[in-house]
Design a protein around this ligand. Structure first.
Ligand SMILES: Nc1ncnc2c1ncn2[C@@H]1O[C@H](COP(=O)(O)OP(=O)(O)O)[C@@H](O)[C@H]1O
Ligand SMILES: [Mg+2]
Length: 400
């Protein structure tokens, strides 16, 4: 395989190890400076130039995009995607994970533990927001901080308010987050490759410090994660669109609480702590996947007129409960069930004799007009203010 490593730091530990691991395995690896690409757009022929020459053929790329060049870096990855070159991390994945708000917004839709977090703009909304996440002490974070620098703990509601006011006056966007006290200055870094956690470590803050970042003096120890932590880390990476990711989790009383997902996780800390060949695992994984470049389903499937992908929910009391997929009549209507989601289980290509259960969700591809009729009435979320403020309305059978 010919692998391109997109990186602006050819001499850093991670880049060197990746090149070394690729070469040891008989692959060709080249470090390509992300900022030296030119993105050329022509009808039907997306192209890339590198150092003013047309880029030669690569089988795969591994993006290592630093925080400061997200826009250009993700544009370069997107161009490789248009050229059907396999990228270990998608451009959307890198962008999604880059800021903590966007990352948590995406994860919050799924059943994945995250510390309760709010994002507000108006001064009047700050105090209620702090209260909603449990009051003081409360964590305040800059959206794009790293190495613990943009993270602080406010001991009282008063100090939280003044810190937030100060940061907002400096045009900084901040997150207000529940302090997961039971994690006691520790966190877990799970290194995900594909659908596995290939290495994990616990970082422990020293002294009075609550941040466990190694740059803040945190000390590391290798850990073997239980299935719940592994599954959470892998799902989070997959939801973000990342196949190589560093997932940071707090050890909450109800299990893992994801703080962030990193798209260019460093190798030095994890390899020296666990003594594992993480770089080799990354390279082996990419070599096994080169023939499966990311396909943008929306781009490819929904160009057929009137066809699209949608999710059909099977709510309590639905007529579909107890029926098999073939009995549901979907197939006759030219609707294909691609994936069945049941709780946290994902069943790809569900068989036609599989029985539907209450709470199932079916990801389907088919004619949108026909699927519209099949989508059961949207179950409204019960919110107290709706009950208080809205007059009772008959549940409509249509989706809005
Ligand atoms: N909600 C929280 N509760 C308890 N500790 C936290 C919380 N958020 C962050 N921390 C601690 O602060 C550290 C840095 O936070 P993180 O969100 O990962 O920012 P950074 O991107 O700067 O590493 C974490 O590793 C963890 O030890
Ligand atoms: Mg972190």
């Amino acid at each position: 395989m010919k692998l391109g490593i997109l990186s602006c730091s050819p001499r850093c530990y991670s880049t060197r190890r990746l090149v070394e691991a690729a070469e040891q395995r008989g692959h060709k690896a080249k470090v390509l400076n992300t900022l030296r690409f030119a993105i050329d757009l022509k009808q039907g022929d997306p192209d890339l130039f590198y150092l003013q020459k047309q880029l030669s053929n690569y089988d795969a790329i591994l993006p290592r995009i630093g925080n400061s060049i997200t826009y250009f870096g993700t544009a370069v990855i997107r161009q490789f995607e248009q050229m059907d070159v396999f990228s270990a991390n998608s451009s959307a994945g890198v962008a999604n994970s880059r800021d903590k708000l966007r990352c948590l917004q995406i994860l919050s839709k799924h059943h994945i533990g995250i510390p309760q977090t709010t994002f507000v703009r108006d001064k009047k909304d700050v105090l209620p927001a702090i209260k909603r996440v449990g009051g003081a002490p409360v964590v305040i974070k800059l959206l794009e901080g790293t190495q613990g620098i943009g993270v602080l703990l406010a001991e009282s509601v008063k100090s939280a308010e003044s810190i937030i006011e100060l940061l907002q006056s400096q045009r900084q966007n901040v997150l207000i987050q529940k302090f997961v006290a039971e994690s006691k200055g520790k966190d877990i870094r799970a290194f995900v490759v594909g659908d596995q956690v290939v290495a994990a470590m616990r970082r422990v803050a020293q002294g009075q410090e609550f941040r466990s970042n190694v740059h803040r003096g945190g000390v590391t120890e290798a850990v073997t994660l239980d299935a719940n932590y592994c599954e959470t880390a892998v799902r989070a990476a997959q939801i973000m669109g990342l196949r190589v990711a560093g997932v940071d989790m707090l050890e909450g009383k109800d299990g893992p609480q994801i703080m962030e997902v990193n798209s260019s996780p460093g190798l030095e800390g994890i390899e020296s702590c666990t003594q594992l060949d993480v770089a080799g695992t990354v390279v082996d994984y990419i070599a096994g996947q080169v023939n499966f470049p990311e396909i943008d389903i929306r781009q490819r499937l929904t160009v057929s007129r009137g066809y699209g992908v949608t999710e059909i929910h099977i709510p309590e009391g639905s007529d579909y409960i107890g029926k098999t997929i073939s009995e549901s009549g979907l197939r006759e209507k030219d609707i294909n069930a691609l994936t069945l989601y049941r709780g946290t289980t994902v069943i790809p290509n569900p068989r036609s004799d599989r029985q539907l259960e209450s709470g199932d969700r079916l990801l389907c591809f088919g004619k949108l007009e026909l699927m519209r009729d099949l989508i059961p009435a949207k179950t409204r979320r019960k919110r107290s203010y709706e009950v208080l403020e809205l007059p009772a309305q008959p549940v409509s059978g249509k989706v809005d």
